[in-house]
Design a protein around this ligand. Structure first.
Ligand SMILES: [Zn+2]
Length: 333
């Protein structure tokens, strides 16, 4: 347990279904003794594993927030074996504002772990998840999307596992989730690349954790939402926690490793030449930056330094120098 100042309205040790708020103290001009309400639910029945499910880690990523909200509504303790802890809007101020980061402290929760129990609201939430919720969990599922600026097809993200046992669990979770793509981090889960994320918090607590990228562009995609809902129930069933569920036939997952992102070097409007799933050659022109403010000016070509396929693409038309327009991935080695 950390030195958290956050108070939970639910008792994680109690069986049954409880809902309420994590109260994040926040003393401000118009609310001297006030708190920020981070919604939390726990559904628990007898013996079994604990799964921590997180959405709204980034506030403008919506499929996961809806899918977890529906699980809170639909699941009752009699349906499950074990315990599910659900955060539907983990960084509540960001999610309430429909923003990636918190408008209170500019905090990007998924770059803030392990957090700080005496820090800003985002730092306090990160610390609570890392030091109060992760120690309760055996598994973690953290649901993301491309947010406002990017769009991803349904993609599960995972490490390679720190040992053979964890590797087996991760491939089993991937098969259960059954999304079209899996982006596998090379280098044993990469503490360098994921240390500040919820996945890093899971790793530090010995929790088997996965993430997913589920759409984006600031909207909600119906097909991706349905795949998310299906995948979460399949995961619970695969862990022996949803015995009454009957999974349908597996559709199959293409395993990828990320090669890198393609960036714009000029400001303007990005004209894409590629869609998600399209093959890309090294050095190929994958789009161009147009200048409608000076239409006589020739467009600036954007080349991919990588060969592979387009995994994610920019959802916004406007670009400036340093914006990622594509992420390129290749079939897993
Ligand atoms: Zn995200």
């Amino acid at each position: 347990m950390s030195a958290t100042l956050i108070t939970s309205e639910v008792d994680f040790a109690q069986e049954g279904k409880q809902t309420g708020y994590l109260q994040v103290p926040h003393s401000v001009h118009c609310s001297a003794y006030g708190w920020i309400p981070v919604p939390v639910a726990v559904i628990s029945d007898s013996e079994g594993p604990t799964v921590l499910m997180i959405a709204g880690n980034h506030g403008d990523e919506y499929e996961g927030q809806i899918a977890l909200t529906k699980l809170v509504q639909e699941l009752s303790p009699k349906d499950i074996l074990g315990r599910i802890i659900l955060l539907t809007m983990a960084n509540y101020p960001a999610a309430a504002a429909g923003l990636r980061t918190s408008p209170i402290d500019e905090g990007n929760l998924n770059r803030t772990f392990p957090g700080d129990p005496r820090g800003t609201p985002t730092q306090m939430i990160a610390d609570y998840i890392e030091n109060n919720l992760m120690p309760l969990a055996d598994y973690m599922v953290d649901l993301h999307s491309g947010g406002s600026s990017l769009f991803y097809p349904p993609t599960m993200l995972r490490g390679m596992g720190h040992n053979e046992g964890e590797a087996t669990k991760l491939t089993s979770l991937q098969a259960a989730f059954d999304l079209p793509y899996a982006w596998v981090f090379t280098g044993g889960g990469g503490p360098n690349s994921t240390a500040r994320t919820a996945l890093g918090a899971a790793n530090r607590n010995g929790v088997t954790g996965i993430m997913a990228e589920l759409g984006g562009g600031g909207g909600v995609d119906l097909d991706i939402l349905r795949q998310t809902e299906r995948g979460l129930r399949r995961i619970l069933h695969s862990l022996g926690m949803l015995p009454g569920y009957r999974p349908d036939a597996t559709r199959g997952t293409r395993e990828l490793n990320a090669r890198g992102s393609v960036f714009a070097y000029e400001a303007g409007l990005f004209e894409p030449f590629k869609e998600i799933g399209d093959p890309v050659h090294e050095g190929e022109i994958v789009g161009q930056v147009q200048h409608p403010d000076a239409p006589w000016k020739m467009p600036d070509p954007v080349r991919s330094p990588y060969a592979g396929i387009v995994l994610c693409k920019r959802a916004m038309g406007q670009v400036k120098r340093g914006d990622a327009v594509y992420q390129i991935a290749g079939d897993a080695a």
